[in-house]
Ligand binder design. Sequence first.
Ligand SMILES: NC(=O)c1ccc[n+]([C@@H]2O[C@H](COP(=O)([O-])OP(=O)(O)OC[C@H]3O[C@@H](n4cnc5c(N)ncnc54)[C@H](OP(=O)(O)O)[C@@H]3O)[C@@H](O)[C@H]2O)c1
Length: 277
Amino acid sequence: MTAPMITLREGVGIPQVGFGVFQIPPEEVQVATENALSIGYRHIDTAAAYNNEAGVGRAVRTSGIPRDDIFVTTKLRNRDQGYDSTLAAFERSQEALGLDVIDLYLIHWPYPRHGLYLDSWRAMESLLADGVVRAIGVSNFLPEHLNLLAAEATISPALNQIELHPSFAQRALREDLASRGIAVQAYSPLGQGADLDNQVVRGVAEAHGVTPAQVVLRWHTQQGTIVIPKSVSPERMTSNLEIFDFTLSTEELSAIDGLDTETRIGGDPATFDFPQG
Ligand SMILES: NC(=O)c1ccc[n+]([C@@H]2O[C@H](COP(=O)([O-])OP(=O)(O)OC[C@H]3O[C@@H](n4cnc5c(N)ncnc54)[C@H](OP(=O)(O)O)[C@@H]3O)[C@@H](O)[C@H]2O)c1
């Protein structure tokens, strides 16, 4: 079981379904990642801020799967923003993961009050030029932050990883990203489980003989979005990847579109200001 590939701006392929490891404790993440890899995931999403890069790296390195077949993302912590500190933070992530090349490096948050994300981005451009990352992108960036990069940077982000799920569907931001040629990656794609109890989602799931989580992940992927659901249960990991043998109708997609309440679960990127984030 594998996920289809999406091609990013640099021509780099990313599996459309990845395995997210936020909130998986460091002592559990190696086993969780090993399970994900043995189930068929070939894309793992971690971050310096998750304090679990080392376990992810051990699972990747000891999996027996060729390194080129696994797509690994990590992210720059807010307190490490700035040109030199980004380069130093990247080296720490590289060392923690035990990997020479990281497939995708993201600025975790714009952290805008500090005014350093453009400097961080320039450092990421140099990492790309050095060949130690295959693609660079951002997370939680709003159009105002992307506008500054568009005006000042040499390279445009390959991807923006944003909070996105039926009750926070971010249609305007998705359209904005499409117009810039920036791929959309959904974090908390299941609304951290909260969007799965919905009657509409349950009804569609019943009609297709699948689970509510599979319906929500199919809603994302049918629209071209890359998803990174997290689960520590091998059964749920498996079903979260088994979403490509059914298709939602236009009416079903619209019914799920209708669930948007514009309600965030996570931080607001305009004000999120935690140094450890
Ligand atoms: N860039 C950012 O700022 C940012 C922020 C948040 C998250 N992320 C990334 O996005 C990933 C996913 O987001 P998330 O962890 O916040 O939320 P999520 O993937 O939407 O939801 C995870 C929750 O849903 C449950 N779950 C998973 N599969 C399920 C299924 N098939 N049926 C029922 N429940 C299911 C999980 O429980 P079990 O584990 O018990 O199955 C867990 O409680 C993270 O791991 C991280 O990599 C990035």
